[in-house]
Design a binder for this molecule. Structure first.
Ligand SMILES: [Zn+2]
Length: 332
């Protein structure tokens, strides 16, 4: 579990939260909104720990007191969380959690309530929460976390202090990966570029089979450039069957063609992400005109959006791979 002082990016939000703890100007409801994987959850847990810490240091949790250890072990009696059960957060869940609101905290400090994926609250659940937000007791802090805040009731939004989490700028994400996760700068640069400003994604890459997926993506790019349409369709079909890999492969492909484009335009290697593959980048970049590389980058982005919007994965990949295949995508 991270401390507020360890959160990468989001410095302004972190400063605001730490100042609130230091000055005891904590409001009773916060909304942590922003894209998936950008650090909302991590920050919410860190903030909850700072709020419950018995001897906070500069607005952040001390990490050693009993309350800090209890939060870390997820057994602090005054910390309540609710997650969606199935596709929604139901009124019984919210009611059950808020039942503690009128009572004093067990440990004499605050009571903290975390609502994950708050946009999934049913209308009943939202209205139940709204009643509490109208008149919360002073020792209560409710933190709503959502990547789709537009789906929350406006009346709920207006009662929360909103913290908007943005994608983390690349240099900050790289810095975070080097400082906090001990990566070397080259690996950090590559991972951050793939993750597109999401620390969650970057960490998932590191924990998962990222290098294997990278070899697969680079191999695909190479094979497609020499393949006809039928082979391209077959490759799309194969990848579509490994659905869990598709998003990562698209991220890596985008980063790969970006490197080819950068090298094709500038001839520089120092600004490439795939620094361990310079020879391959040089060779592959020579196979494309720059205009075609730009088109490919756009096409990958379009494909990713289609798949995120629940389009048929196989069909979307087929269209993309036909673009990537030899001799297609052009009309003489
Ligand atoms: Zn503490």
């Amino acid at each position: 579990m991270r401390f507020l002082r360890e959160i990468a990016g989001h410095q302004q939000i972190v400063r605001t939260l730490m100042n609130a703890v230091t000055s005891d100007h904590v409001v009773h409801a916060y909304l942590f909104a922003g894209p998936v994987g950008v650090g909302k959850e991590t920050t919410a847990w860190a903030f909850a720990r700072a709020l419950l810490c018995m001897q906070p240091v500069a607005g952040d949790a001390c990490g050693v007191c009993r309350a800090c250890r209890q939060v870390e072990h997820l057994n602090h009696p005054d910390l309540y969380t609710v997650q969606p059960s199935g596709a929604s957060i139901k009124i019984e869940q919210v009611r059950g959690m808020l039942r503690r609101i009128p009572y004093r905290s067990y440990q004499g400090g605050r009571k903290v309530f975390l609502i994950h994926q708050a946009e999934l609250m049913t209308a009943d659940a939202s209205n139940c929460l709204l009643k509490t937000l109208e008149e919360p007791p002073g020792d209560t802090v409710i933190i709503l976390i959502s990547d789709q805040p537009q789906s929350l009731l406006p009346t709920i939004l207006s009662r929360c202090q909103q913290c908007s989490f943005k994608s983390i700028p690349l240099p900050e994400l790289i810095g975070g990966l080097v400082d906090l996760h001990g990566l070397d700068p080259v690996e950090a640069g590559l991972t951050a570029a793939m993750a597109g400003g999401s620390m969650g994604k970057a960490l998932a890459y590191l924990a998962g089979t990222f290098q294997a997926e990278r070899s697969l993506a680079i191999g695909l790019a190479h094979d497609l450039a020499g393949s006809g349409p039928l082979e391209a369709l077959a490759m799309a079909g194969q990848l579509a069957e490994q659905k869990e890999k598709v998003s990562a492969i698209l991220d890596i492909l985008k980063c790969w063609y970006r490197d080819l484009l950068v090298f094709a335009i500038t001839g520089e290697t120092g600004i490439l992400y795939h620094l361990d593959q310079i020879d391959v980048v040089e060779k592959e970049a020579g196979r494309f005109e720059t205009g075609r590389l730009l088109g490919i980058l756009e096409e990958i982005e379009t494909t990713r959006k289609k798949i995120e919007a629940n389009a048929n994965t196989r069909l979307a990949l087929e269209i993309l791979f036909l673009h990537l295949a030899k001799g297609t995508g052009y009309r003489a």
